[in-house]
Design a protein around this ligand. Structure first.
Ligand code: NI
Length: 137
């Protein structure tokens, strides 16, 4: 079994704000991320898949095909969008890095199977210092 990773990126806006809480409480927990008029991040997405090597190609997955699937199902839906409002598969959850990574996993999983490999990890950087890894389950 070999693990291989494709990196993509997207820019998106969001805010972290819990309407059940006071403004003070939101500011205390979320800081600048609670800004009412949104803010943006340059997200870096690492999609790791695992598979066996095809002896005819030496590849475990065709990265061109993997990239096309990530772009069609994830990047095109997230890039330059508002994660609180615009994305059909991130509705009704706080668009934290954790929740966005899980939503990406769920959205991508059925399509990865068509490539003859399995999704292993979604790694999502919200800033260069903060990232989330999700391995499913
Ligand atoms: Ni933020």
């Amino acid at each position: 079994m070999v693990y291989i990773t494709r990196r993509e990126q997207f820019n998106a806006a969001h805010k972290l704000y819990n309407p059940k809480w006071s403004e003070e409480r939101n500011n205390e927990i979320f800081g600048k991320c609670a800004n009412p008029n949104w803010h943006g991040h340059n997200y870096h997405l690492y999609v790791t898949v695992k598979g066996e090597i095809n002896p005819d190609t030496g590849y475990s997955v065709n990265l061109k095909e993997l990239s096309a699937i990530i772009r069609k199902h994830i990047i095109d839906k997230l890039d330059h969008k508002n994660l609180n409002l615009d994305v059909d598969f991130i509705k009704n959850v706080m668009p934290s890095t954790e929740n966005v990574a899980i939503a990406i996993w769920n959205e991508l999983t059925p399509h990865i199977g068509t490539l003859g490999c399995q999704l292993h990890c979604i790694k999502l950087y919200e800033t260069e210092n903060n990232y989330v890894e999700y391995f499913g389950g």
